[in-house]
Design a protein. Structure first.
Length: 222
């Protein structure tokens, strides 16, 4: 049974999430502050952490850093803060996804399912992915239908396809595709993503697979 640790200082949110997750056969533990969350994570070893950023004792970003010091457990952030800065910091610190408060429970549960599916995948990752009418073969560096990608496009699409359903932040993509010295050149991403959509998406103006999270990053939706 998948273990989920829910961290939030609002009792009504803890109660609602615990009830909904238990009803879907997850094993659930809760923590009301960052210190309790770190202790529980160390003792209980959850398979997923749902983490509020606004905690009373330790900032949620610092909790992520604390977890990442010893664990690769997936983290879904709950953020009630306005603007994208805190969410970008959370993703750069090691969070896997985010949901903005107030949130629909169905959306959060969908994110939970997506993350747990990813972590349940065996180490032998698939090398072929379907995007619209095209099959992308990462091992062979080919795309069906005679589509040709540039080396930069290949690095971008591989990063997205290796993280299906996961938000890849702009900073991460710029650092991994270009270098750590190019983490502000977001215009690169827009240009190359537009090219990838023209080559791979059935309707580039309404992408179904290569999605933009405005101000945050990009996501491959299988």
């Amino acid at each position: 049974m998948t273990r989920i640790l829910v961290v939030d200082d609002e009792p009504q949110i803890l109660r609602a999430l615990r009830i909904n997750l238990l009803a879907r056969h997850y094993e659930v533990a809760v923590a009301e502050d960052g210190a309790a969350a770190l202790r529980k994570a160390a003792d209980w070893h959850p398979d997923l952490v749902v983490l509020d950023l606004g905690l009373p004792d330790i900032d949620g970003i610092d909790v992520i850093h604390g977890l990442r010091g010893w664990s690769a457990v997936p983290i879904i952030v709950l953020s009630g803060r306005e603007g994208n800065r805190d969410k970008v910091q959370a993703l750069d610190a090691g969070a896997d996804d985010y949901v903005t408060k107030p949130f629909e429970i169905d959306e959060l549960l969908a994110r939970v399912r997506a993350v747990t599916r990813r972590t349940a995948v065996p180490d032998s990752e698939p090398a072929r992915f379907r995007i619209g009418d095209h099959t992308v073969d990462l091992a062979g560096k080919t795309v069906s239908g005679g589509v040709r990608l540039t080396p930069t496009e290949w690095r971008m699409i591989e990063l997205l396809l290796r993280n299906p359903g996961k938000l890849v932040s702009q900073r991460q993509m710029l650092a991994e595709v270009w270098s750590s010295g190019h983490t502000r050149e977001t215009n690169y991403l827009r240009q190359y993503m537009a090219q990838l959509r023209r080559k791979l998406e059935p309707d580039p103006a309404r992408p179904a697979h290569l999605l933009t999270e405005p101000g945050m990053g990009y996501r491959f939706q299988p």
